[in-house]
Ligand binder design. Sequence first.
Ligand code: MEZ
Length: 586
Amino acid sequence: MRASRLGFLLAAVMVIASATALWAGTGGKTLAQLHQGKATCADCHGKGKKIVVDDGETAVNQSCAGCHGSLQELGKASHEEVNPHKSHLGDIDCTACHHAHTASWAYCLSCHPFEMKIPGGGVASKRTAKQKVSRKADEADVVVIGAGATGFTAAITAHDAGARVVIIEKQPITGGNSMLAAGGMNAAETAYQKEKGIKDSVDLMFKDTMTGGGDHNDPALAMVLAKNSAASVAWLTGLGADLSDVGRMGGASVNRTHRPKGGSAVGANVIETLRKNAARRKIDTRVNSKVVKVLEDGKGRVTGVQVEGKHRGLYTIKAKAVIIAAGGFSANPERVAYYRPDYKGMTTSNQPGATGDGIDLGTAVGADVKDLKEIQIHPTVAAGSRTLITEAVRGNGAILVNREGKRFVNELTTRDKASAAILAQTGKSAFLIFDEGVRKSLKQIDGYFHLKLVQEGGSINELASVIKLPAGALETTVASYNKACELKSDAEFKRADLPRPLQTAKYYAIEVKPGVHYTMGGLKVTPASEVLAKDGKPIAGLFAAGEGTGGVHGKNRLGGNSISQTITFGRIAGESAAKVAKGARL
Ligand code: MEZ
């Protein structure tokens, strides 16, 4: 991007200044104040007669990059240990963190407790936007609410079926919870499994999903998930995603969790792929925009949405179909505690936008709901943080031990059972123990070191002393686990998959506690993703997919079934909505 407005010299000075003094204290001034004397309003907002800022803050973002350099350039220039310009959030707008007229605030701090100073941060005054009402309505064939993997998938599918699509995202960045997805995407009978000689079947994936969900799942939805999973992997890899590595998650009978080569986190790869594909298709994607109402014609047909844009204010988008893909409510502690008082005060692995708005939008137009009290806690969130330690670490060989240095559960049982077992231990936490062999087998583990969540020892006894376990106990436990690996039989806990012994120094530990991770309940839907009203009939023109729907997972979701659900049901919702927008019947 060129620094046309301020001239090359000023741009060069500012790039150097931003790279060197980015996190320096800025004396409680807003960014607009900090730019005084260096830039004019027009330099940021353009030279029109009247300053008009769109909700994506497009012109402002272009101006930031024009003077300071692109996100990638800043990422390369920064030598900060935690580099916010180069993170798993991927390509995000400058204004997601840097605000000119209100306090700036690093989006990373939504989940991480980093010491991160930001220019224009710590500003006391807040300028609240005046509520504007725009009379001009926009039009689309299909409006998609939410820009996570489900929303993007639905939008791309509807677009490719010929529909004019708009995606509305309330957060300043796209990606939703999917962007944080770690472990992978479950699928049966894929080309990657065949290549690796893994024998799996749709029926086995269905059976595992039902058993994992306590047979409380809607069998028709669980079968749609299993049956379409291989096609969804093919669709996603066809768009450019890498799902070539196949590992195992708790409750699975075989290796069926697909993730990028080397075992990198799946979410960043999937979201980057979907973002690029939406951009390539020029799908109108609006961030900082919250759907406040689904509109209907009084006869039960959905006719569009009312949106509140950060700058534009309230406006309407007329549409022939609306897809709710706004996720679950794990980041809404009050709602979690309402359904599950026993989870009150628990940390969550979710991004801050996961507050359940999509479910509310649906129920406000008469949708029925299902299983709202079925909330999953993930057994391994790093103690004192919101960072999920992927189940893939256990899948690749790690064990769980308690403060007595002993194993206490089959590490690859389902999440409900593993979480309950951890909460029953002294201190309601456990240590995830692994060695250099496990570390090398899974790339995403490097991130936990980067975040300083890992403790280490040159020998098992040294590690035990670092994490204050009784002398000798951990050594005995690891020796017995290694023997089970050799015999391919875990007599004590019946862990079926024993991929590698723990015998290569160094040895590592992460203290983990359960955290609210996933809400299994949500809007009631048909296998074609139509939202059902309380009378059991579909609400005309309203579709939903992803975490905000209920029934696929029953009482407990298996690891890897979420990304699988987002892609499969996102595709179905996109197809169904595009059909209805063309006037066809489902
Ligand atoms: O599907 C998930 O939630 C998942 C695989 C999480 C993880 O442990 O990585």
